[in-house]
Design a protein around this ligand. Structure first.
Ligand code: ADP
Length: 167
C-alpha cells in the first residue's frame, strides 16, 4: 500500500491545500495530512484546531487521515511506513525552499522521496498568510477557504484583532 504524507502548517487550510489533498488522494492508496510545528511562524490556530478543521474539510475523502506531529518529518515518515512526501508547488515562491527540504529529507531518510504537484492556476497566488491578511477586511473568502471553516476563521480573526491572539 502506497502511503504518502502531505505536511504543512495549514494555519488555516486553504482551498489551494484542499486541491492538493484531493489530487494526491487520487494518486496514493492513503494520504496522511500532517500538521507540523513551524517554529518560524506564530500560528493563528492551535495545532489541534488545525487538525479538527482539516478533518471537517476532508470528511468525504475516505483514504485521507489527518494527524499532527512535532517530529522531524523524515522520522515521522519512517514511523508511518511512508516513502513519499507530497508538496504543492506554486510558481516561483516555493521552489528554492522545497528543493532544499526535499534533498535534506532524502539525505536523512534515503527511502523517502518528495513528489511535487503543481498548484492549480487559480490557487497559484494563495497562501494562508495572504488569507490572514485579507481576513482583516470585509472580503468574500469563498474562493480562498473551504466553506466549512470560514466561520471559524472569521471568529478567530475578530478575536485576534481585539487583542486575543493565542498560541
Ligand atoms: P502556506 O503557509 O505557505 O500556505 P503551508 O506550510 O501550510 O503553506 O503549506 C503546505 C504545503 O502546501 C506546501 O507544500 C506548500 O507549497 C503547499 N501549498 C500552500 N498553498 C498552496 C496552494 N495555493 N496551491 C498549492 N500548494 C500549496
Amino acid at each position: 500500500m502506497k502511503v504518502a504524507i502531505y505536511p504543512g502548517s495549514f494555519d488555516p487550510i486553504t482551498s489551494g491545500h484542499l486541491n492538493i489533498i484531493r489530487r494526491a488522494a487520487n494518486i496514493f492508496d492513503k494520504l496522511i495530512v500532517c500538521v507540523m510545528v513551524n517554529s518560524g511562524k506564530y500560528p493563528l490556530f492551535t495545532q489541534q484546531e488545525r487538525v479538527d478543521m482539516i478533518r471537517r474539510v476532508v470528511k468525504d475523502l475516505p483514504n485521507v487521515e489527518v494527524d499532527a506531529s512535532d517530529e522531524l518529518l523524515a522520522e515521522y515518515a519512517r514511523r508511518k511506513g511512508s516513502c513519499v512526501i507530497v508538496k504543492g508547488l506554486r510558481a516561483g515562491s516555493d521552489f528554492e525552499n522545497e528543493f532544499q527540504m526535499a534533498l535534506i529529507n532524502h539525505k536523512i531518510n534515503p527511502g523517502l522521496d518528495t513528489m511535487f504537484l503543481t498548484a492549480e492556476h487559480q490557487y497559484m497566488y494563495l497562501s494562508s498568510s495572504t488569507v490572514k491578511e485579507l481576513g482583516k477586511y470585509n472580503v468574500d473568502l469563498s474562493d480562498f477557504l473551504p466553506e466549512e471553516i470560514i466561520p471559524d476563521f472569521k471568529n478567530r480573526i475578530a478575536d485576534a484583532t481585539q487583542g486575543g491572539n493565542r498560541k
